[in-house]
Design a protein around this ligand. Structure first.
Ligand SMILES: Cc1cc2nc3c(=O)[nH]c(=O)nc-3n(C[C@H](O)[C@H](O)[C@H](O)COP(=O)(O)O)c2cc1C
Length: 180
């Protein structure tokens, strides 16, 4: 099964086409219930390898924990999240996405899961976000515990955003829209 496989990281990027969308649906814990064909083909997984697996199977070690903390804080409250994510393919390559994660409610307005749609991010946005994530990761690696790691890296991200007078969500959306 995919979850037991040890993946050796490769410095080789896979790109989404402009018109492609990666779509997935999860339960409340982030276990994958649906993945579209683009998802399977970009990440090099079969449907059987993805379904019922936690979304963290494509977590890239270059991604700071703080970003996922922000993601979960936002969606658990029933709000939508926008952000840039570097993901791992099953063969060790990577792909960047601009992700939108939205909560899914049933007919009684009870939160039942999440839906994510990801698009190709502009290269200009990745040039800006990558060094910020690298710095967050360094902070996390030198922190004394997982909890302080997330708090300190989010604090650093917050300081960067405060200097620009913007929230992470608007920052991410603006970067996505500033295509050159
Ligand atoms: C709808 C949805 C989509 C997600 N998509 C991704 C993703 O593409 N890549 C990723 O690393 N984590 C994604 N996550 C977050 C993971 O659930 C997880 O929090 C993250 O990979 C960090 O792993 P960890 O919580 O085990 O540290 C998604 C979560 C949800 C609810």
């Amino acid at each position: 099964m995919a979850k037991n496989k040890t993946i050796s990281i490769k410095d080789e990027e896979v790109f989404l086409a402009d018109e492609e969308f990666i779509v997935s649906k999860t339960d409340l814990r982030g276990n994958i219930l649906y993945a579209n064909r683009t998802f399977m083909s970009i990440a090099s997984y079969s449907e059987g390898e993805l379904l019922r697996q936690p979304h963290s199977i494509m977590r890239h070690p270059d991604m700071p924990k703080g970003v996922f903390k922000l993601l979960w804080q936002t969606i658990k409250k029933g709000n939508e999240f926008f952000g840039f994510v570097k993901n791992l393919c099953s063969d060790g390559r990577y792909y960047w996405v601009f992700a939108n994660v939205t909560p899914a409610f049933d007919q009684h307005n009870v939160l039942v899961g999440y839906l994510s749609v990801r698009r190709k991010p502009p290269a200009t946005a990745i040039k800006i976000i990558e060094p910020i994530y690298q710095h967050m990761l360094k902070i996390e690696q030198s922190a004394s515990s997982n909890k302080t790691a997330e708090q300190e890296s989010i604090k650093y991200l917050q300081e960067q955003l405060d200097s620009l007078n913007v929230e992470y969500q608007s920052f991410a959306i603006n970067l996505f829209n500033e295509k050159t």
